[in-house]
Design a binder for this molecule. Structure first.
Ligand SMILES: Nc1ncnc2c1ncn2[C@@H]1O[C@H](COP(=O)(O)OP(=O)(O)OP(=O)(O)O)[C@@H](O)[C@H]1O
Ligand SMILES: [Mg+2]
Length: 245
């Protein structure tokens, strides 16, 4: 057991093919334009965290990565193949993933938006035993999410999480981070999109900010998310004064 070395990462590099039709919205996304210009993105740590304003393309990117790595577009393990809607973007058709040679034992793609459908599929498949015995539908959103992480993330895997904080209280966000630490120590890799300043602070994570300028590696303390949250919590009355004056 231990953290993956750089050369052992399950996902090592992501490239976007420049031939995306110009009339497709994905060709205009900052994250896509930046990758076309730079040639691609090398992943360098067991935990990669994408951050950026609403609409910059984080979900579009992690979804396309997940599809390319063999996951169902709506989430789940590589064995899930249900579809409740055709909502995924065409980006995966233009995305190339460079995989490591190491054998991957486990994996999960989790998107806050379609967690309900993943829970239904687990019930339908009759595999609830893998998820802590209680149907995920019989638990709250946050409880079911934690049950999934605690029972079904088995290690030596690739975990792709889109806004995992959506269901969680701040205490549970820290519990999630502890699980991430345990799984990283057991040869796992995480690709995460988040707005949570707590998750961004995950030790040793590569935090990649997406904005109009493209992709940049940042310290979480320099991000707008962290600074806005810090300023608000330091002096809520002052911030509320600005908002409602
Ligand atoms: N089918 C579509 N047609 C046109 N534009 C779309 C379509 N689907 C998504 N978009 C646009 O793509 C952009 C990127 O969306 P995406 O969901 O990837 O953003 P995000 O960075 O994950 O945002 P958030 O932080 O709100 O989750 C958005 O501006 C969205 O409006
Ligand atoms: Mg999103």
């Amino acid at each position: 057991m231990g953290a993956l070395e750089l050369t052992d990462l399950y996902l090592q590099r992501v490239e976007v093919d420049g031939d995306i039709p110009g009339n497709s919205y994905v060709s205009r996304l900052p994250v896509v334009r930046s990758m076309v210009e730079s040639g691609g993105l090398d992943l360098s740590r067991p935990v990669t965290i994408f951050i950026g304003e609403n609409g910059v393309g984080k979900s579009t990117l992690v979804e396309a990565i997940a599809i390319r790595m063999g996951f169902n577009p709506e989430g789940g393990t590589v064995n899930f193949n249900f579809a409740t809607r055709e909502s995924h973007s065409p980006l995966h058709d233009y995305l190339r993933v460079i995989k490591g040679c190491r054998w991957r034992k486990d994996g999960f793609f989790l998107r806050a938006e379609s967690f309900y459908n993943v829970a239904s599929n687990i019930d339908d498949l009759g595999v609830v035993g893998n998820y802590g015995q209680v149907s995920l539908h019989a638990q709250s959103h946050g409880e079911s999410f934690m049950a999934l992480v605690e029972n079904r993330f088995w290690g030596k895997g690739l975990y792709i999480l889109d806004e995992p904080e959506a269901a969680l209280s701040p205490m549970r966000v820290m519990t999630l981070m502890r699980h991430m630490g345990r799984l990283v120590d057991d040869e796992s890799q995480f690709i995460v999109s988040t707005h949570s300043p707590m998750i961004m602070a995950f030790p040793g994570a590569d935090v990649i900010q997406i904005d109009e300028e493209g992709l940049s590696h940042v310290d979480y303390r320099d991000t707008g998310h962290y600074q806005v949250m810090r300023r608000f919590l330091e002096d809520p009355e002052r911030m509320l004064g600005y908002l409602f004056e």
